[in-house]
Design a protein around this ligand. Structure first.
Ligand SMILES: [Zn+2]
Ligand SMILES: [Zn+2]
Length: 169
């Protein structure tokens, strides 16, 4: 998944389109709680003006994950656009790198690392199987999307319960 500067230089600053299909061997999502359900379709267009590399991209895939409320597995579509600029650094300029600016070195740009980064940033923090997900009962652990438990009826403060008994006497 590399973009070669030599190809872009021939185009003299015009954009070239690239299409990739990245599977789970390429994109690593372990430790994020998500996994790829289908390969990522990636469309990228890139241009190079002799100093900066401009990359516009769009990715699309489906992920499998666990609902943060009810803990059941479900799949969600994930899609996003990105626009990046990378300053081309010659090796000798290594010491003066501006940390504010993204940069790359060498004759080719690896799209893999960029895709990995934009995917990470677009992952939902609290994935929900549905916006109406009722979650798990905090008392008995039942999945309230699937069944109604009777815990709510018993959910009375024990001190009030004692008071009630006192007045009933
Ligand atoms: Zn849920
Ligand atoms: Zn319950």
């Amino acid at each position: 998944m590399k973009i070669y500067l030599a190809d872009l230089k021939k185009e003299q600053g015009n954009y070239i389109s690239y299409h990739y299909l990245a599977d789970s061997k390429t994109v690593k999502l372990e430790s994020t709680g998500f996994c790829l359900e289908e390969p990522v379709t990636l469309h990228v267009s890139a241009a190079y003006n002799g100093r900066d590399l401009f990359i516009n991209g769009n990715f699309k895939t489906r992920l499998n994950t666990v609902c943060s409320r009810c803990l059941s597995e479900f799949s969600i579509p994930l899609e996003g656009d990105f626009q990046e600029k990378f300053n081309h650094q010659k090796k000798s300029e290594g010491q003066e790198m501006d940390s504010e600016e993204s940069y790359f070195q060498g004759d080719a740009f690896d799209v893999k690392a960029l895709l990995q980064e934009v995917l990470f940033l677009s992952l939902p923090l609290k994935p929900l199987c549905s916006s109406h997900c009722r979650g798990l009962c905090p008392v008995c652990g039942s999945n309230l999307n699937l069944e109604d438990c009777r815990c709510e009826a018993a959910d009375v403060d024990p001190r009030l319960e004692d008071l009630k008994k006192f007045f009933e006497k």
